[in-house]
Design a protein around this ligand. Structure first.
Ligand SMILES: [Mg+2]
Ligand SMILES: [Zn+2]
Length: 212
């Protein structure tokens, strides 16, 4: 894994100043942190799907990161494409069981995920909920009118997550995009980029320490 981005002092400070603005803007407001699942929370299985809890492997530092982010974010929602369901490789009940385990595994960290927003459809089905289409996010926001849609944040590891953020912003008036993982900032379309969810959580923690 490359640390090139965050080991460069200028790159690090540029990412950090973005996070500082993100934190300051949301101080005392009600908003939601949307998180991709595979490649952000757990190791992505290349060429296959997480079909059961046995296949689910937390990425390093993620549970601690979620604890920190949960203390910051008024709402935490996972948004995930799972076309393994559409392909018949697993059922909706298998997916629900994985998410129940995931949630149970976070209890000791005091972390509650508000919701798991899932597109189970085949890419070929051309549904309106598959990321990067914004419906999973917009539906959740519509049901939570206390949240300010334009203060939403989307954290993901792939280009479709960042495009999702842009598509949400087009409707909601704003949505910060944060890329995490080994890929470089794909096309430079993320507002900020970190090697892991843990690195993002650390930057948030620093910024909160400064502003409070
Ligand atoms: Mg992903
Ligand atoms: Zn769908």
């Amino acid at each position: 894994m490359s640390n090139t981005r965050s080991s460069l002092p200028t790159a690090r400070s540029a990412q950090y100043s973005v996070v500082r603005d993100i934190v300051a803007e949301r101080e005392g407001r009600e908003w939601c942190l949307f998180l991709d699942r595979d490649g952000v929370l757990n190791r992505q299985i290349v060429g296959d799907y997480v079909r059961s809890w046995q296949d689910f492997e937390w990425l390093p530092g993620v549970r601690s990161a979620l604890k920190q982010l949960r203390e910051w974010a008024p709402h935490l929602v996972v948004v995930t494409n799972q076309q393994g369901v559409g392909k018949g490789l697993m059922g909706s009940d298998d997916l629900a069981a994985i998410h129940e385990h995931l949630q149970a595994d976070l209890v000791e960290e005091g972390v509650v995920i508000d919701a798991f927003q899932v597109c189970p459809h085949l890419e070929a089905a051309d549904c309106d909920c598959r990321k990067p289409r914004p419906r999973l996010v917009l539906d959740w926001l519509a049901n939570h009118p206390g949240c300010e849609p334009s203060l939403s944040i989307m954290v993901g590891d792939s280009r479709s997550d960042l495009e999702l953020a842009h598509n949400v912003a087009a409707v909601a008036g704003g949505c910060a995009s944060v890329q995490v993982g080994e890929h470089a900032n794909a096309g430079g379309i993320a507002d900020a980029s970190f090697d892991s969810l843990w690195d993002f959580a650390v930057a948030v923690g620093q910024a909160r320490g400064e502003t409070s």
